[in-house]
Design a protein around this ligand. Structure first.
Ligand SMILES: [Zn+2]
Length: 113
């Protein structure tokens, strides 16, 4: 899996004392990625920018957690513990421990909405 977005780290910048200058998200290696819409108050726009700037690190950390999921060992599929008790030959199902994390990662890659 190769992510297509601009390489991190990113940071949010801007000048809170200049109401006409929108905050922006910048890659340390590739420059400005985007400016934040100033139709919202500056502090909200800056908070949105801070969240965006954290995205590469958040993605990486969540991806590491999914890859090291203790239930499915990173496969995304696991036998439910209750099925082990009640079924003779339980089938693997999507891992409930990391399914929501996998969904968030897929959304970040543009594979879902
Ligand atoms: Zn899992």
């Amino acid at each position: 899996m190769t992510e297509k977005w601009t390489k991190g780290p990113w940071r949010c910048g801007g000048n809170p004392y200049d109401p006409g200058e929108p905050p922006f998200v910048i890659s340390e290696t590739e420059g400005v990625i985007c400016t934040i819409n100033l139709k919202r108050p500056y502090n909200i726009a800056r908070a949105n920018g801070n969240l965006m700037a954290a995205a590469p690190e958040l993605y990486h950390e969540l991806d590491m957690q999914v890859r090291n999921c203790p239930v499915c060992k990173g496969t995304g599929m696991a036998v439910d513990v209750l099925d082990l008790i009640t079924e003779e030959s339980p089938e693997k199902k999507p891992c409930t421990r990391c399914a929501s994390s996998r969904a968030a990662l897929a959304k970040a890659r543009g594979e879902s909405s």
